[in-house]
Design a protein around this ligand. Structure first.
Ligand SMILES: CC(C)(COP(=O)(O)OP(=O)(O)OC[C@H]1O[C@@H](n2cnc3c(N)ncnc32)[C@H](O)[C@@H]1OP(=O)(O)O)[C@@H](O)C(=O)NCCC(=O)NCCS
Length: 407
C-alpha cells in the first residue's frame, strides 16, 4: 500500500472500542481489550484524539488530554498531554506515527491551543525527532524494610492513619492540589484522572493488594502490599503508588509508616531525583536506586511557551534555534528575562550568542536538564563567552522537577 492511501480523522465516542483494541495490541496486552475500554473511558477525549485510517480500519491512533503542569514560579499552566499512541503491527515504519505527531503539533500551533505538549515515551529513542526533550527523570528505590532513620529525624506529633478507599478522596485531593501548586513537573488532576490514577483493576494490581491509603494531616501515601515468604521468614513487598508530603514531618512520618509495615522485606518507591530519602536514612545505601527517563516536553511555539514560566536570573541572549518538525520555531530569537524573572521571546536578526534546538530548550524547560550539561554534550553551542552560563543559571529551578504520573 502506498503511503498516500492513509487518511487522518478525529475520533467520536463510538470509536472507543476500536481505539482501545488497537492500543491493547500495540502494548502487547491483546487479552485486555475490555479493561482497556473501561480505563480509557475515564479520560477519553475523542475530539482531541486522532486515527490514521487505511482501508476503513485504524492503522494508528494518538490522543491529547487536556491537562496542566506546574512550571517554575508560575504554578499550574495548560499542557497538551499526548498519550494513547500506537500503530498497528502491519502498518509500522510507514510514517503513521509521523503523521499523527505532525497533525497534533501543527494543530496545536494553528489553533493557538496549549503552547507546551508532554508525554511519557515507551522507548526514549522515539520522540526526539519530533522535538520532545527529556524534561524530568525519576529514581526508583528498593529499600530494605525497617531500615532505621539517622538520629534526630523530626517525625512531628501527628499520627499517620489508614483510611478506607471510600473515604479517602476528599481528604487527599486538597493535599495533592497544595503540593502540585508549587512542585515543578506535577500535573493538575481532574475527576477522571483521579479515577484513572487510583484504578484497582486486576491488571494494575499485578498480584498485589488493592490500594491502601496512609494519611497524615500534611500528606498521604497510596500503596499496595504483596505477601511473600522465604525459608528465612516473611519477605513481603510494599509498592508505593504515590507519596505526597507538604512538610518535612509529613514526609518522614509517611516513609517511616511504610518502612515499618510488618511482614515486609522491601519497599518500592518511585521518586524525584532529588528526593530527600537518602538524607533520612542512617545507611543511605539501604535504598538501592536506579534512574530512568520520565516526562518528555515539546515546546509547540517557543515564543509562547518559554514565557509561561519564570526564570531564576536576568539574561539577554540571541538564540539560533533548529526545529525541522515545527519550522515556525526555527531561526533567531532574542530571549530576555527581566530582573523579576519574566521572559520575552522576540524575532531577531542579530548574531546568535548560542545555537540550540527546540528539543534541547524543551529538555531544559522545567529546570531538569542544565543548559550547561546540554552544552557539555555538544547539543548547545556557545558563540559568546558566558552565554551558556547565563542561560543555565536562568533556567535552574529551586528543586529538580518531578513527574511520577504516567499518562
Ligand atoms: C512506536 C510506534 C508508535 C512507531 O510508529 P511508526 O508508525 O512505525 O513510526 P514512523 O514510521 O512514523 O517512524 C518515524 C521514525 O521513528 C523511528 N522509530 C519508530 N519507532 C521507533 C522505535 N521504537 N525506536 C526507535 N526509532 C523508532 C522510525 O524508524 C522512523 O525513523 P526515520 O524517520 O529516520 O525513518 C509503533 O512502533 C508502536 O505502536 N509501538 C508499540 C507501542 C508504543 O510503543 N507506542 C508509543 C507509546 S509512547
Amino acid at each position: 500500500m502506498a503511503n498516500d492511501d492513509y487518511s487522518i480523522r478525529p475520533l467520536t465516542g463510538d470509536d472507543l472500542p476500536e481505539f482501545s483494541a488497537l492500543l491493547a495490541k500495540a502494548f502487547l496486552s491483546d487479552d485486555n481489550v475490555d479493561s482497556m475500554v473501561e480505563s480509557e473511558r475515564l479520560v477519553f477525549e475523542p475530539e482531541r484524539s486522532l486515527a490514521v485510517v487505511a482501508e476503513g480500519r485504524f492503522a494508528g491512533v494518538g490522543q491529547i488530554l487536556t491537562r496542566s503542569v506546574c512550571v517554575p514560579g508560575r504554578g499550574q499552566t495548560p499542557v497538551a498531554a499526548v498519550t494513547s499512541v500506537g500503530v498497528a503491527t502491519d502498518h509500522r515504519r510507514r510514517g503513521v506515527l509521523t503523521r499523527l505527531m505532525r497533525a497534533q503539533l501543527h494543530g496545536l500551533h494553528e489553533s493557538g491551543a496549549e503552547p507546551i505538549a508532554a508525554l511519557w515515551a515507551s522507548e526514549a529513542a522515539i520522540y526526539g525527532r519530533f522535538g520532545y526533550g527529556g524534561a524530568t527523570d525519576f529514581v526508583s528505590y528498593e529499600i530494605t524494610a525497617k531500615t532505621p532513620f539517622r538520629p534526630g529525624v523530626d517525625l512531628g506529633v501527628d499520627r499517620v492513619r489508614e483510611l478506607p478507599r471510600e473515604e479517602v478522596l476528599p481528604v487527599i485531593r486538597p493535599l495533592y492540589d497544595r503540593y502540585a501548586a508549587t512542585r515543578v513537573g506535577m500535573l493538575g488532576r481532574g475527576d477522571g484522572h483521579w479515577a484513572y490514577h487510583l484504578l484497582d483493576s486486576e491488571q494494575r494490581r499485578a498480584g498485589a493488594s488493592r490500594l491502601r491509603f496512609a494519611v497524615h494531616p500534611d500528606g498521604y501515601a497510596a500503596y499496595r502490599v504483596k505477601s511473600a515468604w522465604t525459608e528465612r521468614g516473611p519477605d513481603g513487598r510494599v509498592s508505593v503508588r504515590e507519596l505526597v508530603a507538604n512538610t518535612p514531618q509529613a514526609y518522614a512520618a509517611l516513609v517511616r509508616h511504610l518502612l515499618d509495615v510488618d511482614l515486609i522485606g522491601w519497599v518500592d518507591y518511585n521518586a524525584g531525583v532529588d528526593d530527600p530519602l537518602p538524607l533520612l536514612l542512617q545507611t543511605p545505601r539501604a535504598a538501592g536506586c536506579s534512574r530512568y527517563d520520565g516526562m518528555f516536553v515539546r515546546l509547540v511555539d517557543i515564543d509562547r511557551a518559554l514565557p509561561t514560566r519564570s526564570y531564576a536570573s536576568a539574561v539577554d541572549v540571541v538564540l539560533e534555534v533548529a526545529d525541522e518538525f515545527c519550522p515556525w520555531n526555527a531561526g533567531r530569537w532574542r530571549f530576555t528575562v527581566d530582573a523579576g524573572g519574566a521572559a520575552e521571546v522576540t524575532r531577531s536578526t542579530d548574531e546568535p550568542d548560542v545555537s540550540t534546538s527546540t528539543t534541547d530548550l524543551a529538555a531544559a524547560f522545567l529546570g531538569g536538564t542544565r543548559v550547561a550539561t546540554l552544552a557539555a554534550a555538544g547539543r548547545v553551542r556557545e558563540h559568546t563567552p558566558g552565554a551558556v552560563a547565563a542561560l543555565s543559571a536562568a533556567f535552574l529551578g529551586e528543586r529538580e522537577p518531578v513527574c511520577l504520573e504516567v499518562f
